[in-house]
Design a protein around this ligand. Structure first.
Ligand SMILES: *Cc1c(COP(=O)(O)O)cnc(C)c1O
Length: 232
């Protein structure tokens, strides 16, 4: 079942050259292994405690992406092995990731989460805040992170026009980044290489692909509906 779902989704993604992040939050180790045996190598998790519990029982060549809101004081638990943080939503968090990356003698890739939805509950930067960060001297001093793109979540609505316009605006901003003129010309940002746009979940990934997604984060489409009550 799971491997067939993955196969089908990957066929849909192939023409768009987009990567599949299998969102395995709430899924037990055995289920993740089933997806792994079906060829999936990139998994996304939202909760630090849950992730570190599961990670130690799973194959070492899995690439773990952190996709949820993260408290700075928890970065240290996942910094040794995380391959991409999708949901960096404050400069404080970015600095903390840099610090822990340095402690682990590595450079950690990050995406900046942008707030594009109408709802007030979603985390993320505004476009202006991102520009401000990119222009800040402080950013150029973070040598152990690399910002490789942006992540966004559309409004939770059935209105597909609204979803596609939210994604479209993010894509436009994303495209502008590669030609962005930063304030200080000597400021060559070595840690800013925008190439990934993480948009699309099970409910809206087809729209996200149309709008230029390079990474879709899908859980229920692969694993079925989540059971939040299960004891992890
Ligand atoms: C849970 C989650 C997903 C996956 O949601 P599905 O609707 O199950 O595909 C994607 N992105 C984030 C940030 C999530 O928290």
């Amino acid at each position: 079942m799971i491997s067939e779902n993955i196969k089908k989704i990957k066929q849909t993604l192939a023409p768009f050259n987009a990567a599949l992040i299998a969102v395995s939050k709430t899924q037990p180790v055995e289920i993740i292994l089933e997806a792994y045996q079906g060829g999936q190598r990139i998994f996304g998790e939202n909760y630090v405690q849950e992730l570190i519990e599961k990670q130690k029982h799973l194959p070492a060549d899995i690439q773990w992406h952190f996709i949820g809101h993260l408290q700075s004081n928890k970065v240290k638990y996942v910094a040794p092995f995380i391959s991409l943080f999708h949901s960096v939503d404050s400069f404080k968090l970015l600095k903390e990731i840099n610090k822990e990356a340095l402690n682990n003698n590595r450079v950690i890739n990050c995406l900046l989460q942008i707030y594009i939805a109408e709802e007030e509950t979603k985390f993320g930067f505004s476009y202006d805040e991102v520009i401000e960060i990119l222009n800040s001297k402080q950013l150029s001093e973070l040598h152990n992170i690399c910002i490789i793109g942006l992540m966004g979540m559309a409004s939770n609505t059935k209105n597909e026009l609204q979803i596609s316009s939210e994604f479209k605006s993010l894509k436009q901003f994303f495209d502008g980044l590669s030609t962005l003129k930063l304030k200080s010309s000597e400021q060559q940002l070595k840690n800013f290489k925008p190439q990934e746009l993480s948009i699309g979940m099970s409910g809206d990934y087809k729209i996200a692909l149309q709008e230029g997604s390079t990474m879709v984060r899908m859980g229920s489409m692969i694993f079925g509906e989540r059971n939040y009550n299960q004891n992890l």
